[in-house]
Design a binder for this molecule. Structure first.
Ligand code: MN
Length: 159
């Protein structure tokens, strides 16, 4: 009887483990949310589904804007530039970052990326895995963002 109970417990434990594994595979697209998902980014500035949640609003003390963006697989921003640059902190998933005239860079959870002032660039998710990032925009007295043209499929898929 005792051994029957033990074997029942261990098969239950096995069952739980396999459920956890399935869950983490499914999280490839949803990722682990720390902040609210926020609002869907407008179609004129994003391709695919990107969700933005502001965390720190602009004010005259800090002159800094901070927010969270979750890019669903395949989603990316348009080309754009920031007058005082931008810092990205990747909190989950895998994505891309490209500065104009340079090769596309793969970025993933734990990476910190600087976009220099006024340099044209885009960022977004990889085709199969979403990407979650915190963006930090300093010196907002100079402005925040100038949106430009869409990132074409050719640019996105370019190696
Ligand atoms: Mn940017």
């Amino acid at each position: 009887m005792k051994s029957l109970i033990i074997s029942a417990i261990s098969s239950l434990a096995l069952l739980t483990t396999s459920c956890e594994q399935n869950k983490s595979e499914n999280n490839k697209t949803e990722l682990n949310a720390i902040f609210p998902k926020g609002e869907k980014g407008p179609a004129e500035n994003f391709t695919g589904n990107a969700w933005a949640a502001p965390l720190v609003d602009d004010d005259s003390t800090y002159n800094t804007v901070i927010g969270n963006v979750y890019f669903e697989p395949g989603a990316r921003s348009n080309w754009h530039r920031h007058p005082s640059g931008q810092i990205l902190i990747i909190t989950d998933g895998v994505g891309y970052h490209q500065l104009k005239g340079q090769p596309k860079q793969t970025i993933k959870k734990g990476d910190v990326v600087k976009c220099p002032p006024n340099v044209e660039h885009w960022h977004g998710a990889s085709p199969d895995t979403g990407m979650q990032q915190l963006y930090i925009l300093p010196k907002t007295e100079n402005g925040i963002v100038t949106w430009l043209q869409k990132v074409t499929d050719e640019e996105y898929n370019n190696r």
